[in-house]
Design a protein around this ligand. Structure first.
Ligand code: ADP
Ligand code: ZN
Length: 721
């Protein structure tokens, strides 16, 4: 059996081998047995039902909670040449009729349905009349009433077992906990199902937590240095902050869109769809964003504020890197986060038990932030997975944290809280410790206190770190009235008495270089090919109105950059290239690769030959430019690629020998606009990356155009300085 499954994997999906468990799950279903699959996001769950759905006689029925997900999957399957369709309320009546007739004719391999649609009488009677290969229940945790995504219609799915006892069923989810698993089995009568539980590690995600210190600048540094041109999600706690950060990122030259419940529904939908359809878009969102986003190439998830629990954090960061390529989960947090979240929790509705449980969750979150050992180990341990540190892909592994003996500092901080009457927030207590002269201090006579000015030996940021850690570790708590006042806890006593030592983390000031991932491609020389392939992909996607990743994933493009296939055979061996895509797309990509190879051969030939010939070829181009020829004309006349001529022009412009206007057809305003965007992305080491600008203008200007404007800009800048 699995031979044909393997053949399908290789020929249709274009992947060479199965991932752990996929084959066993597929075999189970093909043999007509039920299965329960718990796999992390990006683990490759879809293949587990798609392949047996195609291989088994009859229609594979997939029940999926979200319309956007359904459409996405069906689009991707059709690209692979698999006959798939969906039925939901968004489909126009004539298309519905087409799908229904295809079902009756037995022409479809896979059908996606929403659960509410499934339980309708007409759907059931339709399914009664045809042969069914299997039922797949995606996002099966939606049956759990404990879970965060409970959907009433999922409860009705127990009918599957009663009505179609001989059809194998598979329930799939990425939600880990035991209680949910048991509930799925009960609600869906899956007690005889074979269970497949993989670990929950997401090895390609790099976890990093940094101390908040001008958080926008910190975010900017991350985006510019490591994620230029990448898609990502930035989470903020409030709507106001979402709007603010999105605006600000746009001013910095990124394409950022806001997403929160306060926006009109159509604007929200529009922003979400741009995020999915286009490349390089950053969504700035409250937690309202994410459910139902299946975008595989989200390269980073940044938290500007602390999430409420590790469950939320893991789910949100889990949206990064579904395609298995390196991705960053970055978070900045500070004392104010702790205070805000604690106060929100205390003043929230809900009974005491609920508050206690939420408080525990927040404490676990804080513990994670302040940990000095491997973050992945802590995370997985929290979810009941064993993992042996070091992971070598989290900040504490890559850059071990130092601790310091903070006993004396902690004593000073705690007694200052005590002496000021446990009625003030961090800000005021800090001023007293530092011996500052403020109105508030005079008003309360706090300059008389014995703790006034005893903290001058330590700088303010370090004091903030001390307070943050004292709160996070439970030596101090935030008052329950929501004013942010600090109170001592029982735990503080032994420290104050000197019976216990207090070791705290040393905050790292700047991020060290070793955690940085500059760009996707290994070397600068590969960047042009990477950009060229992305632009081929973007064009194909635009023509068909599908997201670029549906054409090929980033991983597939990267493999093309590495192996540079120039014929169909070599192209077919790239992971992610199946039969259908080979036929449709090979030529476009092979052309781009061949073009790139020609250019680089040419340019290396040019560099090797004497400098006079370099100048000769360039001056030939210049001569033609000066007679009013366009780049296209020159390329045709000289029998060279346009990109080669553009290369000459870039150098000619940079040396001030040719004028920008001779090369590109841009009006003054456009040149200014592009120049401004280029200036806004200049890095610390004076590089001007093009990808973010390319994306910023929605790919309106070609890379060649941008290169020439950049050359012009650099010349101007050199003239000024
Ligand atoms: P999940 O539903 O578990 O989050 P998906 O089914 O969307 O994950 O798969 C995640 C990614 O991994 C997809 O891009 C998919 O094409 C890819 N993938 C799945 N199985 C394999 C495989 N055997 N080899 C290579 N890539 C795979
Ligand atoms: Zn680690």
């Amino acid at each position: 059996m699995s031979q044909t499954a393997l053949a399908l994997l290789q020929e249709t999906f274009g992947y060479s081998q199965f991932r752990p468990f996929q084959e066993q799950i597929i075999d189970t279903l093909i043999a007509g047995q039920d299965a329960l699959v718990l796999m992390p996001t990006g683990g490759g769950k879809s293949l587990c039902y798609q392949i047996p759905g195609v291989l088994r006689q009859g229609l594979g029925v997939v029940i999926s909670p979200l319309i956007a997900l359904m459409e996405d999957q069906v689009t991707a399957l059709c690209q692979l040449g698999i006959k798939a369709a969906y039925l939901n309320s968004t489909l126009p009546p004539d298309q519905q009729r087409e799908v229904l007739s295809a079902i009756r004719q037995g022409e479809l391999d896979l059908l996606y349905l929403a659960p509410e649609r499934f339980s309708q009488h007409t759907t059931l009677s339709l399914l009664d009349d045809i042969e069914i290969a299997l039922f797949a229940i995606d996002e099966a945790h939606c049956v759990s009433q404990w879970g965060h995504d409970f959907r009433e219609d999922y409860l009705r799915l127990s009918i599957l077992h009663e009505r179609y006892p001989h059809v194998p069923r598979v329930a799939l989810t990425a939600t880990a906990d035991e209680r949910t698993r048991i509930e799925i089995c009960q609600q869906l009568s899956l007690s005889n199902a074979k269970q497949f539980v993989t670990g929950f590690d997401r090895p390609n995600i790099q976890y990093r937590v940094t101390e908040k210190n001008q958080v926008k600048q910190q975010l900017l540094k991350l985006l510019r240095e490591e994620h230029a041109g990448d898609s990502g999600i930035v989470y903020c706690l409030s709507r106001k902050k979402v709007d603010d950060v999105a605006n600000w990122l746009n001013l910095q030259g990124f394409s950022a869109l806001p997403y929160h419940a306060g926006l009109p529904p159509d604007e929200r939908a529009h922003n979400q769809s741009r995020f999915i359809q286009e490349e390089g878009i950053i969504i700035v969102a409250t937690i309202a964003f994410g459910m139902g986003i299946d975008k595989p190439d989200v390269r980073f998830v940044a938290h500007m504020d602390l999430p409420k629990s590790l469950e939320a954090y893991y789910q949100e960061t889990g949206r990064a890197g579904r395609d298995g390529l390196p991705a960053t989960a970055w978070m900045a947090y500070g004392i104010q986060d702790v205070i805000t979240l604690r106060s929100m929790l205390d003043s929230s509705q809900g009974n005491n038990d609920f508050k206690i449980s939420e408080r525990r969750k927040l404490d676990a979150m804080l513990g994670y932030c302040e940990i000095s050992s491997c973050r992945r180990e802590a995370l997985l341990h929290y979810f009941g997975d064993l993992f042996e540190a070091p992971c070598n892909n989290c900040d504490t592994c890559l850059e071990p944290v130092e601790t310091w003996d903070a006993t004396e500092a902690a004593q000073k901080a705690l007694s200052c809280v005590y002496r000021t009457g446990q009625r003030f927030g961090v800000g005021h207590v800090l001023q007293v410790l530092l011996g500052r002269d403020t109105d508030k201090i005079r008003q309360f006579g706090h300059q008389q206190l014995s703790t006034y000015g005893i903290g001058k030996d330590i700088k303010e940021p370090q004091w903030r770190s001390v307070f943050r850690q004292l709160v996070a570790r439970g030596y101090l708590e935030v008052d329950h009235g929501g004013y942010g006042s600090l109170l001592l806890t029982e735990k503080a006593r032994p420290i104050l008495r000197g019976d216990e030592k207090c070791l705290l983390r040393k905050d790292r000031i700047p991020q060290a270089a070793q955690t940085k991932r500059k760009s996707f491609v290994a070397s600068d020389s590969e960047q042009p090919l990477w950009d060229a392939l992305r632009s081929v992909r973007a064009n194909l996607a635009k023509q068909q109105g599908v997201p670029p990743y549906v054409i090929f994933h980033d991983a597939t493009l990267m493999e093309m950059v590495e192996s540079k296939p120039t014929d169909k055979n070599a192209f077919a061996s790239i992971s992610g290239v199946g039969q259908a895509k080979l036929e449709r797309y090979a030529t476009d990509f092979i052309d781009a690769i061949a073009n790139h190879l020609n250019n680089s051969e040419l340019s290396s030939a040019i560099t090797k030959s004497t400098s006079t010939t370099v100048n000769q070829s360039e001056s030939d181009t210049l001569e033609l430019l000066n007679t009013g020829c366009s780049v296209k004309d020159i390329a045709a006349q000289r029998g060279l690629a346009e990109s080669t001529i553009f290369g000459h022009c870039e150098k000619l412009i940079a040396r001030g020998e040719a004028d920008l206007n001779q090369v590109v057809e841009l009006v003054r305003d456009e040149i200014d606009m592009i120049s401004d965007a280029l200036i806004s992305v200049i890095t610390d080491d004076n590089q001007i990356p093009l990808a973010p600008v390319f994306e910023h203008f929605n790919q309106q200007f070609s890379y060649e155009t941008l290169r020439c404007v950049r050359a012009h800009l650099k010349l101007q800048m050199a003239e000024i300085t």
